[in-house]
Design a protein around this ligand. Structure first.
Ligand code: DC
Length: 228
């Protein structure tokens, strides 16, 4: 039987990574955060003085950029040219850069190939924008998460405040999320969209735990949880 693949897609700030991580722990299977790979690529461009949206310039660094994924105690580490950049890719600048660089077809081809390779052979929960549509089109479980822009901005605001890294107003965060939504949904290559066979889950009024329970319910209803 093909290993279980769970594809979780949705816009920025909807809680995909947090939910996918908890879900993978509860099921005891691997979790791959594909956004982190686009983020690492964006960090490389920024460090090289290149605008992540400038396709021609990005192509000049693509072949000498090494993105690696390692798993340590179940947590994913992202390596950029051998350096652990797991924390450094979480800034707002890198978020915007990742959104821009992910529109470049050659970047997508390269990272999608890596993602498919990592997923082959073992059960996985993967989150991103194109997992159910492009990366794992045959995934047995596909979830498309949504939440209003206001709710997502509020979550980010609280998170940054809690971490003591808040540097923007709620309105500014809302604008950033709107812009990333627009970029991610309107690019020509693999835009963010719900796969036809994905289950839509609006998390605006759900806690993380409630949302994870709902996804687990879907996995169980399909009879997959027992097979693990
Ligand atoms: O999920 P994230 O915020 O870490 O993703 C960062 C950016 O990468 C996001 O703006 C869109 C892009 N991305 C993508 O195009 N495809 C994916 N599978 C994952 C992320």
């Amino acid at each position: 039987m093909k290993p279980l693949q769970i594809a979780i897609d949705g816009p920025s700030g909807v809680g995909k990574s947090t939910m996918a991580k908890i879900l993978s722990r509860r099921l005891g299977i691997m979790y791959l955060d594909t956004g982190a790979m686009y983020r690492a690529m964006a960090l490389k461009a920024i460090r090289s003085g290149i605008n992540p949206g400038d396709r021609e310039k990005v192509l000049t660094i693509l072949d000498n950029t090494d993105i690696g994924i390692e798993f340590e105690n179940g947590s994913q580490k992202v390596l950029l040219d051998g350096e652990d950049v797991t924390e450094k890719i979480r800034t707002d600048e890198v978020s915007m850069g990742a959104s821009a660089i992910s529109a470049i077809p050659e970047v997508r081809v390269r990272l999608v190939e890596m993602q498919q390779k990592i997923a082959s052979g073992s059960p996985v929960v993967m989150d991103g924008r194109d997992i159910g549509t492009v990366v794992l089109p045959d995934a047995q479980v596909k979830i498309f998460l949504t939440a209003s822009v206001k709710e997502r901005a509020l979550r980010r605001y609280r998170e940054q405040k809690e971490k003591g890294i808040l540097s923007k107003t709620l309105e500014e965060l809302e604008k950033e999320i709107e812009l990333r939504d627009h970029n991610d949904s309107n690019r020509a290559e693999s835009p963010l969209r719900q796969a036809e066979d994905a289950v839509l889950l609006d998390t605006s009024h759900l806690t993380i735990e409630e949302a994870v329970d709902k996804i687990l319910g879907i996995v169980k209803a399909k009879g997959f949880a027992d097979a693990l």
